[in-house]
Write a protein that binds this ligand. Structure first.
Ligand code: SF4
Length: 265
């Protein structure tokens, strides 16, 4: 009997793979080649995606990560919409010219009354701690909070611009809450252990959204031409930075690394 039982992780992997396959490739909100969730991402990655290249198969860690993130998103959206039915989950985002037809998005939550759009991000402990200035390890010195990551802020800013928002809200949910003991040492409240939210006036992030939209607009003919005509660059700490294929940390998280560096060609 024992010999016929498969390791549980294999069963879970197969199940999540099946769910992924059934879901199929994610369409953009309005059939555009680019999506707001790609804000700040390597433009060559965007090109692979826009041209329908097949991404590398997800490993178990990535699948569990996506699955947990998806469930948290759903729970947060349900809670907020149930509290106030003016909130809309998964609001389509379109853009005026000259970006219309190039890019579209979905705001996780949108409130037309207070004109606030919310981006929900589930993040690991390291990203959460950097954003909130938390030093869980007592050997580390606390650093000032850095706030949301560039790409999260950019995505929120772009959605906000498309929707004509007054507020861009980034909500972080940590996938690894700070322990009770560490929270007591760091004087964190119960919610500080696991969530953080930033309400940012649209006026403060409008310019960065326009800059990113213009950058993508300029690169669009190359993006939709061939991935190998696009000079790979990302937005890092507010700056556009060229990266060498396969060598940046961004490449380690890229679904097209094998194809980009020639391994899969
Ligand atoms: S491997 Fe690196 S350079 Fe190539 S597409 Fe991915 S992120 Fe861009």
């Amino acid at each position: 009997m024992a010999n016929t039982v498969r390791p549980l992780h294999e069963i879970i992997f197969d199940h999540l793979t099946r769910l992924e396959d059934e879901a199929g490739p994610l369409a953009t909100a309005l059939g555009t080649p680019l999506r707001c969730s790609e804000a700040g991402m390597c433009v060559r990655t965007m090109s692979f995606r826009a041209l329908g290249h097949k991404p590398a198969a997800l490993d178990l860690s990535s699948m569990v990560n996506f699955f947990v993130g998806h469930k948290v998103h759903e729970a947060v959206q349900e809670a907020i919409v149930e509290y106030d039915s003016e909130w809309v989950a998964e609001q389509d985002v379109d853009f005026p010219e000259p970006w219309h037809g190039m890019i579209s998005g979905h705001a996780d939550l949108w409130h037309p009354g207070i004109r606030a759009c919310v981006e929900i991000k589930t993040v690991g402990a390291a990203a959460f701690d950097i954003a909130c200035g938390i030093a869980r390890d007592f050997r580390h010195k606390p650093k000032p909070p850095e706030g949301p990551k560039d790409n999260h802020l950019l995505q929120g800013a772009m959605n906000g611009l498309g929707l004509g928002a007054e507020w861009v809200v980034i909500l972080y949910v940590s996938k690894e809450p700070v322990s009770v003991g560490k929270a007591a040492r760091l004087d964190l409240s119960e919610s500080d252990r696991v969530m953080a939210e930033w309400w940012i006036p649209m006026a403060d992030v409008h310019e960065m959204a326009v800059r990113e939209l213009d950058r993508l607009h300029d690169a669009l003919p190359y993006i939709t031409g061939s991935p190998f005509r696009v000079v790979p660059e990302v937005v890092d700490k507010g700056r556009v930075m060229e990266i060498k294929p396969g060598t940046s940390w961004h490449c380690d998280y890229c679904d097209y690394k094998g194809e980009c560096i020639g391994e899969n060609r």
